[in-house]
Design a protein around this ligand. Structure first.
Ligand code: 2BA
Length: 104
């Protein structure tokens, strides 16, 4: 089993929840804050069988779109010196091997 930890922009959170649950994936949403922009984002914990990792990643990719190349959607931010707009990825994803999952 794998644990997907996906940091996504808040605007994608509802759609990602719906699409994951529609495909039968269990997901937990945590309110989180990016260290750089110090703005709210959403962190998903998704436990998936090894054989379904690709399917879950396909869902995440299809929902969470990077704004890179679309500068109108990302404002210049004081954290970057107020210069160029910051491009924020669609999702920052970590995949962790799970030794055991239990529901007690
Ligand atoms: P933030 O830390 O608020 O970062 C938002 C965006 O700011 C980043 O987008 C990146 O484009 C830019 N950025 C971050 N650190 C920077 C720096 N030192 N100098 C210049 N620009 C910088 P993403 O890379 O797509 O990251 C989106 C969010 O994903 C992050 O929000 C953070 O919450 C999470 N994240 C990204 N990398 C991570 C990591 N290695 N570990 C844990 N969380 C991470």
């Amino acid at each position: 089993m794998k644990l997907i930890v996906a940091v996504v922009r808040d605007e994608f959170a509802l759609s990602l929840t719906e699409n994951l649950t529609r495909k039968g994936f269990g997901a937990t949403k945590l309110a989180s804050t990016g260290g750089f922009l110090k703005a709210g984002n959403t962190t998903f914990l998704v436990g998936v069988p090894d054989g379904q990792l690709d399917e879950a990643m396909t869902v995440i990719r299809s929902v969470c779109k990077s704004t890179k190349g679309e500068p109108s959607k990302v404002a210049a931010h004081p954290a970057a010196g107020g210069a160029d707009p910051i491009s924020v990825g669609g999702a920052t994803v970590f995949v962790i091997d799970v030794e055991k999952m239990m529901k007690v």
